[in-house]
Design a protein around this ligand. Structure first.
Ligand SMILES: NC(=O)c1ccc[n+]([C@@H]2O[C@H](COP(=O)([O-])OP(=O)(O)OC[C@H]3O[C@@H](n4cnc5c(N)ncnc54)[C@H](OP(=O)(O)O)[C@@H]3O)[C@@H](O)[C@H]2O)c1
Length: 255
């Protein structure tokens, strides 16, 4: 029987942080990179710049049936997953009652349900030394008005990741929740602002960049870190939210 292919699976690879992880994992000597997002053209363009063989999977991960498609493709591939990066996600800035319910539900499906579902699909295909990066956000650390549902999805992902980190310790698989502050060079903010009717969002001092977050968090994951705050603001946010009651912090964020 042929030896199993060693692969990395990266969701959200068509842009921003996911693409930055793909560029980093291109240097890991893997047999294949599996790149997942909806925009096929963007995945193909990225694949053309990488040296590792890429498999592009243009899938809408908010559709549950596409998780079955992914599961079947993995089962047919005789592969071992060395890295899983769940970076696909989006946010909506503004009062939740001013965002469409469908969009809010889609956010939960993508940021929370799909990330969890893909992780569960991948775990049986992992071995000792495999790494899971769940891209959450420092929004996971507290309830945030005007980012209500987004922060809740990331809180789910953070809690799930932290428990999984412990569950998988005996198998030698590391799970790292990545919790950055705003990142300025991705498409995230522009998309999240589409619902920002009151123009609440302002450019944030301390915003970081995708390459930095990907590099710092991959290094942290390799050293077994459970929760990575890759920039100064997210680091301080984590400390503050461990000390100050969340009802007070939520009020302070009301704007
Ligand atoms: N940027 C920030 O300030 C920031 C801060 C903290 C955490 N994060 C988190 O970082 C992660 C990456 O975001 P980013 O900043 O790199 O933003 P981005 O540039 O907008 O990238 C988001 C990625 O998610 C993919 N995606 C969106 N909807 C999808 C769907 N239904 N099915 C499959 N893929 C989908 C997009 O690809 P397609 O459109 O091609 O599908 C894209 O590749 C997200 O989880 C975000 O919550 C971002």
């Amino acid at each position: 029987m042929n030896p199993k292919k060693k692969i990395a699976l990266i969701t959200g690879a068509s842009s921003g942080l996911g693409a930055a992880y793909a560029r980093l994992l291109d240097r890991e000597g893997l047999d294949e990179l599996w790149l997942v997002a909806r925009r096929a053209d963007r995945l193909t363009k990225l694949a053309e710049t990488l040296t590792t063989t890429c498999r592009c999977l243009p899938l809408d991960l908010a559709q549950e049936t596409n998780l079955d498609v992914l599961e079947q493709a993995l089962a047919a591939a005789n592969c071992q997953i060395a890295y899983l990066v769940n970076a696909a996600g989006f946010g909506c800035i503004g009062l939740s009652r001013e965002c469409s319910r469908k969009k809010l539900q889609e956010m939960v499906k993508l940021n929370a349900l799909a990330a969890m579902g893909i992780t569960e699909i991948c775990i049986p295909l992992m071995t000792k030394g495999s790494i899971i990066l769940e891209v959450a956000s420092c929004a996971a650390f507290q309830p945030i008005p005007n980012l209500t549902v987004y922060a809740a999805t990331k809180a789910f992902l953070l809690s799930y990741s932290r428990a999984l980190h412990v569950e998988l310790q005996d198998l030698g698989i590391n799970v790292t929740a990545v919790c950055p502050f705003w990142i300025k060079d991705t498409e995230f903010v522009a998309k999240a602002r589409e619902t920002d009717k009151r123009q609440i969002y302002q450019d944030m001092p301390g915003a970081t960049n995708a390459k930095h977050v990907a590099e710092k968090s991959l290094k942290a994951a390799k050293s077994g870190t459970a929760v990575c705050t890759p920039d100064t603001v997210s680091f301080l946010h984590r400390i503050i939210t461990a000390i100050i009651p969340h009802r007070l912090l939520a009020q302070a964020c009301k704007g």
